[in-house]
Design a protein around this ligand. Structure first.
Ligand SMILES: Cc1cc2nc3c(=O)[nH]c(=O)nc-3n(C[C@H](O)[C@H](O)[C@H](O)COP(=O)(O)OP(=O)(O)OC[C@H]3O[C@@H](n4cnc5c(N)ncnc54)[C@H](O)[C@@H]3O)c2cc1C
Length: 319
């Protein structure tokens, strides 16, 4: 059985920091070090950031990363670090990219793996985890027999900062495998870099919005509330009015904002599963029987086309 550190990895430093804080919060390391993996370049500020999030070690694959590493390349590079660090546990974020990496990593190492993990604890030798099942209508409690494992955790705002520790940087020798993907062109995504998982306020719109031309009205409300814009699946996947970055739900992003404003959203179970972690929910729907109203802290039965302009006026937004 591996007795090494708990090793946390994400390409996105803020997600890696969350994993580090989470490891301390859940007391997963049981006295072993809490470590972060870095693949390739080590930005100057990163050791300090990771130390402030509770890292005691950084395992860095000291090699030049390809400009465009696909998930398979990252998994192979991470496997080199894992073989060196011999961690008891490897934690990644259960994002789209994170899930692509964990599956491949588990295959390379022949370790057990689970994604979408909401809770994780030790029970004797075993790992006990909880994740959603049946479109979020049930919680599946699963026991892994112990030994090394890889888990992808759902990330959101995460636990509070851990204590800061002295940090050791351990260089791991090895090389990135050649990429099997050739980059021909790079274009910014239409979504403008929305990161709903970490957004504190979200204004989400559904099919209650009748025309694409009405999106600026929703964006104006979001701006006035200092919120990001989210949408239901039909507006992204069918209408194509929003990029996938905005799509919330079972097959979209899982969000945990402090404030979630749902405009013209019916509240289908596949949508609810993505926003269930929201602290305060305000729902605006003209149908008093819409399921979203049953999930809301503030229920407003109204036509969004009357309510949103009225809200904008009340917030002092020029019309
Ligand atoms: C496998 C699977 C996965 C899915 N994954 C997702 C997912 O990840 N995310 C997701 O969102 N959906 C998902 N769906 C789709 C989901 O089942 C619903 O179809 C979808 O969420 C409905 O979107 P909506 O609320 O925008 O539209 P609708 O259900 O059509 O609701 C529109 C709502 O707007 C209200 N309304 C209309 N006009 C106004 C107005 N003027 N003012 C105020 N209210 C108004 C209506 O009363 C209605 O409640 C999935 C479905 C499947 C089968």
């Amino acid at each position: 059985m591996n007795t090494g550190p708990v090793l946390c990895y994400s390409e996105e430093p803020e997600l890696a920091e969350e994993l580090l804080r989470w490891t301390h919060h859940q007391k997963l390391s049981e006295g072993a070090p809490v470590a972060a993996a870095v693949l390739g370049a080590l930005p100057a500020d990163l050791p300090q950031r990771y130390a402030a999030a509770g890292a005691q070690e950084v395992y860095r694959l000291a090699a030049e990363a390809p400009a465009f590493p696909e998930a398979g390349v990252l998994a192979e590079a991470l496997a080199i670090v894992v073989r060196e660090a011999k961690p008891r546990l490897v934690l990644l974020a259960s994002t789209k990219r994170g899930k692509q990496v964990v599956g491949r990593l588990a295959g390379l190492l022949d370790w057990p793996v689970a994604t979408g993990v909401n809770e994780l604890r030790r029970d004797g030798e075993a790992w006990v985890l909880e994740r959603e099942a049946l479109s979020g209508n049930a919680v599946s409690v699963e026991q892994f027999p112990g030994g090394a494992a890889i888990f992808a955790l759902t990330t959101g705002q995460g636990p509070p900062a851990a204590a800061s520790y002295p940090l050791q940087i351990r260089e791991v020798t090895g090389a990135f495998p050649p990429s099997r993907v050739e980059r021909r062109e790079q274009r910014p995504k239409g979504g403008g870099g929305v990161h709903l998982e970490t957004a504190e306020r979200i204004v989400t719109v559904g099919r209650g919005l009748k025309k694409r031309e009405d999106i600026p009205m929703v964006e104006a409300l979001a701006r006035a509330l200092n919120a990001s814009v989210g949408c239901t699946r039909p507006l992204a996947a069918e209408a194509g009015w929003f990029s996938d970055d905005h799509w919330i739900g079972l097959t979209g992003h899982r969000v945990k904002p402090k404030l979630y404003v749902a405009l013209g959203v019916s509240g289908a179970v596949q949508h609810l599963v993505g926003m269930r972690g929201s602290r305060i929910v305000v729902a605006v729907n003209q149908d008093p029987n819409a399921p979203i109203l049953g999930q809301a802290d503030y229920r407003i039965t109204a036509d969004l086309y009357s309510l949103v302009p009225a809200l904008l006026r009340a917030l002092g937004v020029p019309g």
